[in-house]
Ligand binder design. Structure first.
Ligand SMILES: Cc1cc2nc3c(=O)[nH]c(=O)nc-3n(C[C@H](O)[C@H](O)[C@H](O)COP(=O)(O)O)c2cc1C
Length: 306
């Protein structure tokens, strides 16, 4: 059996997750890792200016040039694991750039399992990836989501420390950032069931099995919160792109205003937003529970978040 693992990661977190998932597959499968590399990589840790300047191209899914990946075209893979992360509620620029590149043809007619490593907001990014996989003619059979299980405010503060200072480890008052080491290690449990489904050719039942193993935890209020962001980000992205491309001086004022509004929304308005989301969640419980089922599945119905 041949398995291809295509991924992007800045900190190495997603590579750690994927290494654990394939741990128990190694005896029975040949596993090739292919890292997506931008021709002009983003810095890690980030500066505030480069971080917010990545918003328009993330949101509008404008691809950047990636390093050629000819090796992934050579073999007829039985399974592809696609590891990516959301940036500004959309697939990260490197992940999206791969999906729109000539190398993504390697996914055609292949069973694909998406693996997400994020803070906690991945729904819209996954909808965009589902659309791309459909366009590519891939067979999307599974999705595994790893997130930071701390509360929204704690994970926001720790991810800021991580992304801007490079410190994932706990500090005096705050815990480790990102996905916990234990959750990363525990992804090893997915390897054998995945292999079994592929061998038996019963890929339709895979996602249900992954869900039984705890592959996705999704709280309904996150759907409400994410919907709000999804409705706002494209307006700012278009405004900025109208002024110029990445790094253009002309778009800096728009980016600055966006960053200020986002920071205010996160730190000043968030208690109100959380309360409103809680009320909306209670009022629309039935509808949201149905939505939870949908977002946990690999089905794709355009417009579910827009
Ligand atoms: C520019 C940027 C935007 C991000 N936006 C989101 C987001 O919308 N939702 C989310 O859950 N995490 C977000 N994150 C966190 C990433 O999804 C990811 O968990 C983190 O960057 C570590 O990924 P790595 O594997 O590249 O190291 C963002 C990170 C970056 C760098």
């Amino acid at each position: 059996m041949k398995i291809l693992v295509v991924y992007f990661t800045q900190s190495g977190q997603l590579k750690g997750i994927l290494d654990n998932i394939v741990q128990d597959m190694k005896q029975e499968a040949e596993i090739d890792f292919a890292e997506i590399r931008l021709v002009q990589p983003f810095p890690f840790p980030w500066s505030s200016a480069t971080f917010f300047d990545a918003m328009p191209e993330s949101v509008l899914q404008v691809p950047a040039a990636i390093q050629p990946m000819p090796a992934i075209m050579d073999k007829d893979y039985d399974l592809v694991l696609f590891g990516y992360q959301p940036w500004f509620l959309h697939p990260s620029i490197p992940a999206n750039s791969f999906l729109q590149s000539e190398w993504a043809v390697a996914l055609r007619d292949k069973p694909v399992i998406t693996v997400i490593g994020c803070r906690n907001m991945w729904l819209n990014a996954q909808e965009k990836v589902k659309a791309q996989l459909q366009r590519l003619g891939a067979n999307h059979i599974g999705n595994i989501v790893l997130e930071d299980k701390h509360g929204n405010m704690t994970s926001t503060l720790t991810i800021i420390r991580w992304l801007f200072k490079g410190q994932k480890e706990a500090s005096k008052r705050l815990p480790d950032a990102g996905v916990s080491d234990r959750d990363i290690r525990d992804t090893q449990r997915y390897g054998k069931p995945i292999l079994r489904h592929i061998k038996e050719g019963q890929t339709e039942a895979l996602q249900q099995d992954l869900l039984h193993l705890g592959a996705i935890h999704l709280r309904p209020n996150l759907i409400v919160l994410e919907k709000r962001g999804v409705s706002q980000f494209p307006k700012w992205a278009k405004k900025a792109r109208d002024k110029g491309g990445p790094g253009a001086a002309e778009r800096k004022p728009v980016i600055k205003l966006f960053s200020r509004i986002l920071i205010t929304a996160i730190f000043v308005l968030s208690p109100i937003t959380a309360l409103v989301a809680k009320i909306q969640t209670a009022l629309k419980k039935k509808q949201l529970l149905k939505a939870v089922e949908y977002f946990k599945s690999t089905q794709y119905q355009p417009g579910r978040l827009g």
